[in-house]
Design a protein around this ligand. Structure first.
Ligand SMILES: C[S@@+](CC[C@H](N)C(=O)[O-])C[C@H]1O[C@@H](n2cnc3c(N)ncnc32)[C@H](O)[C@@H]1O
Length: 399
């Protein structure tokens, strides 16, 4: 991949605020070079883990703003509070369907500074839901600066997850744009064989390059075999093995309720379609997307689309029911987005400016070429699947 590859438009694009960074964090580059010198080329998953999660310099560890208008990309919760207000309705329905249990928990993975939680709570309050006063919120966030902001912002409703066993709860587990940042392996079909792309140091080029070799784990070919994925010669794909341990953690804690995953994602046949020759790995910085992971290491986000077939099969393996998988726009409409819009429109206190900003945010949240094309996957445990949860009620027939 070349360092001068032109910057492309991206799904999470906001207004570019200046040229994106290209220089890598020197300490990370040194660490990667040293590790390659000691152990040989790294899997891409290891490279991505260093770039994103190194405790001192990883992209998700430092205090700089990541999502947000002055950060690198815009997520749905940053776009407008109406996103959280719609999700609040799904949370409230799950609480009711479980018989309005006391001690109901909303656990959010990758909570950032709590924008989604704050807007869900505001949505519950403005709907007059009794859950608003009894809900406990558990953020799971790797970034210390974001965690501090979150606890300050949300006050006593937010609490640390209880890590003592058994610490099971009834509630909703939310992961919005969380799974796409988990480290992925990169694979390529070469001369009719599945090979893994390792990250190596090229002394001549004085830079990182990808080198094919035998796969680092039999689970990679195992996954593709199970889902009957056939790759075309030269086709590059990403495979994430980290979703399964995440599901195991969630399954151990969630006694009853819903797991709601919202992310870029496709079922395996579409994700690994030979037409998608280069895979789905993207780097985001300064509201621009491109495909070169070897620039701006530690200063740009790295993501790959989620394999929904693997997510759903893994969830079933951990005892969840796959209740459904819809586009974000279907999910939001099912949750009552139009009614929420009407409420704002008919409120005499709504200014023209607020109304116009809401309308453009909703267009973005519903646009299949922007955030509306994300998938919402609903996994239930101990939840009656009928009638369908409201987030699934606007599902359009496929095929
Ligand atoms: C793309 S942002 C999404 C933030 C928020 N969910 C939203 O939609 O606006 C990903 C968030 O997940 C956090 N994160 C990434 N990997 C994580 C991990 N393994 N454990 C906990 N938090 C993580 C990041 O620090 C960041 O705040």
């Amino acid at each position: 991949m070349s360092a001068d590859r032109p910057f492309e438009a991206g799904l999470r694009r906001g207004a570019p605020a200046g040229p994106p960074p290209t220089d890598s964090e020197p300490a990370l580059l040194e660490q990667i070079q040293a590790e390659i010198a000691t152990t040989g080329p790294l899997t891409f998953a290891r490279f991505m883990a260093i770039a994103l999660y190194d405790p001192l310099h990883g992209y998700y560890r430092t205090a700089a703003e990541r999502p947000g208008r002055s950060g690198d990309f815009l997520t749905a919760p940053d776009t407008h509070p109406i996103f959280g207000a719609a999700i609040a309705r799904q949370v409230d329905e799950v609480w009711r369907r479980l018989g309005r249990p006391a001690g109901f928990v909303l656990r959010e993975y990758g909570s950032g500074s709590g924008t989604l939680a704050a807007t869900i709570l505001a949505g519950l309050r403005s709907d007059g839901s009794e859950l608003a006063s009894s809900l406990s919120y558990e953020p799971i966030e790797i970034n210390e600066a974001r965690r501090r902001e979150l606890f300050e912002r949300l006050g006593p409703v937010a609490r640390e997850p209880d890590r003592r066993a058994p610490a099971t709860f009834q509630g909703v587990v939310l992961a919005n744009e969380f799974l796409d940042a988990l480290p992925v392996h990169r694979l390529v079909q070469l001369d009719g064989r599945l090979q893994e792309l390792f990250v190596a140091w090229d002394a001549g080029l004085s830079g990182l390059v990808e080198r094919p070799g035998d796969p680092s784990s039999a689970d990679l070919a195992g996954r593709l075999g199970r889902d009957e994925v056939r790759l075309a010669e030269g086709q590059v794909i990403e495979v994430c093995l980290a979703v399964e341990p995440w599901l195991a953690e969630v399954a151990a804690d969630l006694e009853g309720g819903l797991v709601l995953v919202i992310d870029y994602g496709h079922q395996a046949p579409a994700l690994y379609d030979p037409a998608r020759t280069g895979g789905t790995l993207r780097a985001y910085a300064g509201h621009r997307a491109h495909a070169d992971p070897f620039i701006a290491i530690g200063r740009q986000d790295l993501t790959a689309h989620v394999d929904l077939t693997a997510l759903e099969a893994g969830a079933q393996g951990h005892g969840f029911d796959v209740l459904g998988d819809v586009s974000q726009s279907e999910f939001l409409v099912g949750c009552g987005l139009e009614e929420l819009l009407d409420r704002v429109r008919s409120n005499p206190a709504t200014t023209m400016e607020a109304w116009l900003s809401l309308r453009s945010a909703v267009a973005r949240l519903l646009d299949p070429a922007a955030l509306g094309g994300f998938r919402a996957v609903l996994l239930g445990r101990g939840l009656d699947p009928e009638p369908p949860l409201r987030g699934l009620a606007s599902r359009r027939p496929t095929g």
